[in-house]
Design a protein around this ligand. Structure first.
Ligand SMILES: Cc1cc2nc3c(=O)[nH]c(=O)nc-3n(C[C@H](O)[C@H](O)[C@H](O)COP(=O)(O)OP(=O)(O)OC[C@H]3O[C@@H](n4cnc5c(N)ncnc54)[C@H](O)[C@@H]3O)c2cc1C
Length: 104
């Protein structure tokens, strides 16, 4: 866990890398019946940080799962990998092309 945390702290500041058990439990559930405990919860602010998280995921073979409101009912927002919480920092979504695409 320490190695994972150290790696994530090279991408994001400590306030946006959560590895305490209480935080991992707090973000573990979505609206489904499924439960997996993420190894870490991260809160990226920029596309650059997201790119680095994907590279980290690839390099260390740990899946990343994105989570917004967590209202999906089939467990899509749960993971035992890295949970990427977008609920705080990704609110500037603009609908384009008559609603056919969105840009964050
Ligand atoms: C009462 C109720 C009624 C519903 N009715 C409908 C309905 O009528 N029609 C319908 O289509 N759905 C319906 N849903 C499903 C719900 O609307 C979707 O699950 C919801 O849109 C998911 O959004 P979320 O922000 O909560 O995402 P989450 O639950 O956090 O995630 C949902 C999925 O999207 C992924 N994800 C989240 N954000 C991103 C991102 N920025 N980039 C990439 N992947 C991402 C997650 O990894 C996960 O796989 C309903 C849900 C509830 C609880």
């Amino acid at each position: 866990m320490k190695e994972l945390e150290k790696g994530l702290l090279r991408i994001l500041p400590p306030a946006r890398v959560k590895t305490r058990l209480i935080d991992r439990y707090a973000y573990a559930s979505d609206a489904s019946h499924f439960f997996l405990l993420p190894k870490a919860v991260v809160q990226p602010e920029s596309i650059e940080e997201i790119k680095k998280l994907f590279a980290f995921s690839h390099e260390h073979n740990i899946p990343v799962t994105f989570r917004a409101g967590g209202t999906s009912l089939s467990g899509q927002g749960v993971t035992d990998g890295i949970l990427v919480d977008l609920s705080n920092y990704w609110r500037k979504v603009v609908a384009e092309n008559n609603g056919n695409s969105v840009r964050g």
